[in-house]
Design a protein around this ligand. Structure first.
Ligand code: HEM
Length: 152
């Protein structure tokens, strides 16, 4: 029989894969490759073009993860500890993304449009740090969410 929980859980996981997997690729593969191959003007322009596309997917993922997760939580008579941790870490990740989107990403776009490469590099450095933090939290949250039920 059709179970709406299976849809919610699938949507939840797909959102997580797109968001955390995308951060892993950007931070661990694209970033070092770009530093090796491109000069700062091209490097910064490529990041703006990349973020423009990736951040749209992050927005979609956040809405899907939050809506599906909160709906699934609402069905629990008593919420297990590991799910409180997942919710808490998930909210922190979302707040960090909001900060990245509205502060350093905005500065990066402006700097690139005005060809201020030093300012752009500074903003990109902040994004790199925050995405690194969010990636780490995302990986830990995934472990808590899946293996947590055996402990917490
Ligand atoms: C921010 C709000 C979030 C809420 C309210 C939430 C809620 C939930 C709930 C209720 C479930 C269990 C569904 C069930 O089997 O009954 C679940 C599963 C899961 N969540 Fe979240 N979640 C959130 C964020 C996250 C984040 C940020 C991650 C990872 C980065 C994550 C990863 C997972 C994973 C991997 C599962 C599957 C666990 C399994 O079936 O073994 N969630 N989530």
């Amino acid at each position: 029989m059709f179970n709406p929980l299976s849809v919610a859980l699938s949507v939840h996981i797909l959102g997580i894969i797109v968001w955390v997997g995308g951060m892993f690729f950007a931070h661990q593969a694209l970033r070092p490759a770009i530093v090796e191959v491109l000069e700062p003007p091209q490097r910064l322009s490529l990041w703006v073009a990349t973020f423009k596309r990736f951040f749209l997917w992050v927005w979609i993922s956040i809405v899907l993860v939050l809506v599906s997760g909160l709906w699934m939580l609402s069905l629990y008579p008593q919420i297990p500890v590991f799910m409180h941790i997942m919710l808490g870490l998930g909210v922190i990740m979302m707040l960090i993304f909001l900060h990245v989107f509205f502060a350093p990403y905005k500065k990066l776009k402006q700097a690139v449009a005005e060809e201020r490469w030093v300012d752009g590099a500074k903003a990109l450095g902040q994004i790199r740090l925050l995405v690194g933090i969010n990636l780490s939290i995302g990986l830990v949250t995934t472990i808590v969410a899946t293996a947590g039920k055996f402990y917490l």
